[in-house]
Design a binder for this molecule. Structure first.
Ligand code: HEC
Ligand code: HEC
Length: 452
């Protein structure tokens, strides 16, 4: 028995090490977090599965607490693009003290107008750093217009937000702090003076950056923490690395479909001609017919042209999060008609545990997402990306593509992924609101011309 237990114990320890930068580093972060002081206990915590707890009017979601799922990920994950990762993480930035400071700030409720919201409120580690809601809910229960994207692997994005309005994680972090529907502080300076009152933060900033808290370093610390959330090591990564039994036959068929008949690689890969198993995004913007069907986009684009001054990032942010103009997507920034209702192709790693889907959270399950693509929805929309067309996928092929997406779940979320797969499959058995087999197998309709 003993003979058997020892190797098992060694294996467990070894695999535990694999999931964090390493145990010593993790301990050093916990110690540094301790020096920065604890965070307040939460009210009703979210389990991570299914819909999050309902909220009373005017109420912000419960404040999530740091835990094992918030911890920095290992660089030793199968499938992690090491050279790219090294080029993204500024040299020497990932010290335990800097990461601990960033993590502490990420869970900090004082970074909101009335102390009820933190970054984690909408990017909860138990939900792969999303909030499980169609669109996010912020300060005073304000319901926004956009779905909270995962922060896992956000460090690899060429631009941040669904419309790419922020070039870096640092620039991104300033916007939720001051958005009136998210954290609702008057300015980043106001955030700095909040935390600068706390001696633990003053000494934390001093030890990492050599001086008292300032705005630049506040945003830098948050971004530093986000750059520890690289997430690979999925069954799919093991399959690509050569373990042919790591994913089911169905998921293997799904991977083939992804790169040919289903046309997913045209956008969810760096190259449209090669099967690229790394980041599942081309980092550009497409109109794929979400939302545009339900809104008068032409009128809204004209309104955006009138009301949003060029280069006014704060104004774009408020419009995107908290106004009907949100649906015009990247057009808010560029005012180029090619960008009407165009949104960034998201990485789809861990997508099994980040429902609901799309920039407006309009689809409940991955089967709904597949039904959307299968019928080529939005074909009467003149700006629709020409790569969207009816796919003529049968039910087994749809299941195969969902199985492929489910195989992209990193080890930390394996159990949740299995539960979520079962939950979504049960819903999809009785409810497929987007399914339109006739259209999926029909011809590609003529697209109307772009109006002048
Ligand atoms: C009230 C909810 C809420 C809060 C609070 C919040 N976020 Fe977000 N976050 C969102 C939503 C919604 C989006 C997408 C908005 C959009 O694209 O227009 C987003 C987008 C992002 C992105 C872009 C990811 C990508 O793939 O493009 C990052 C990074 C991010 N948030 C980090 C943070 C950080 C850091 C904080 C704290 C300073 C924070 N968020 C606070 C809801 C929130
Ligand atoms: C023409 C480019 C394009 C093609 C082809 C495409 N996608 Fe997408 N995908 C996008 C864009 C852009 C979004 C975000 C759209 C939005 O939210 O408005 C997206 C969103 C998604 C999402 C939602 C992710 C989330 O976090 O909410 C999933 C899942 C997805 N795509 C899977 C697929 C699959 C599977 C295929 C093949 C059947 C596919 N996509 C084909 C561009 C594309």
């Amino acid at each position: 028995m003993r003979k058997f237990l020892l190797p098992v114990a060694v294996l467990l320890v070894a695999s535990a090490l694999l999931f964090t930068l390493n145990a010593d580093f993790r301990q050093a972060i916990r110690t540094a977090m301790g020096r920065l002081g604890g965070t307040a206990p939460a009210t009703q915590q979210d389990s991570g599965l299914g819909s999050p707890p309902a909220l009373a009017a005017g109420q912000a979601p419960a404040l999530p607490q740091p835990g094992p799922l918030a911890e920095p990920r290992s660089l030793e994950q199968i499938g992690l693009p090491r050279t790219l990762t090294d080029s993204i993480i500024p040299k020497g930035s990932l010290t335990p003290a800097a990461v601990a400071l960033g993590e502490k700030l990420f869970f900090e409720r004082r970074l909101s107008g009335n102390g009820t919201v933190s970054c984690a409120s909408c990017h909860n580690p138990v939900r792969a750093f999303t909030d499980g809601r169609p669109t996010s809910i912020g300060i005073h229960g304000c319901v926004g217009q956009r779905n909270s994207p995962t922060l896992l692997n956000a460090m690899y994005n060429k631009s941040q937000f669904w419309d790419g309005r922020a070039p870096t994680l640092e620039a991104q972090a300033a916007l939720p702090i001051t958005d009136p529907c998210e954290s609702g502080l008057a300015s980043v300076t106001a955030a700095v003076s909040r935390i600068a009152k706390d001696p633990a933060y003053r000494s934390g900033f001093k030890s990492v950056y050599g001086h008292d808290p300032n705005g630049t370093d506040l945003l830098r610390a948050l971004a530093t923490y986000e750059r520890t959330l690289m997430s690979f090591g999925s069954p799919f990564d093991r399959f690509i690395a050569g373990d042919k039994t790591a994913i089911s036959a169905s998921a293997q068929r799904g991977w083939k479909l992804f790169n040919d008949k289903a046309r997913c690689n045209l956008c969810h890969a760096l190259t449209a001609t090669k099967a690229d198993p790394t980041l599942f995004t081309d980092n550009i913007f497409h109109n794929i017919g979400i939302g545009i069907i339900r809104h008068n986009v032409v009128a809204l684009a004209q309104k955006a042209r009138r009301e949003i001054a060029s280069g006014q990032l704060q104004q774009v942010d408020t419009a995107a999060i908290n106004s009907e103009l949100s649906v015009v997507g990247r057009f808010l920034l560029t005012k180029s008609s090619a960008d009407i209702a165009a949104f960034k192709t998201p990485d789809i790693r861990n997508v099994m545990v980040t429902a609901p889907y799309f920039h407006d959270g309009s689809q409940m399950t991955l089967w709904d997402v597949m039904d959307h693509y299968n019928k080529g929805d939005g074909l009467k929309n003149p700006w629709l990306d020409t790569d969207i067309q009816p796919l003529a996928l049968g039910e087994r092929e749809i299941d195969d593509l969902v199985a492929l997406m489910a195989s992209l779940t990193s080890p930390q979320y394996r159990k949740l992924g299995d539960q979520e797969f079962a939950r979504q499959r049960a819903i999809a058995k009785v409810r497929r609101p987007q399914r339109d087999t006739k259209r999926a197998f029909g011809p590609k309709p003529k697209q109307p011309p772009i109006p002048h």
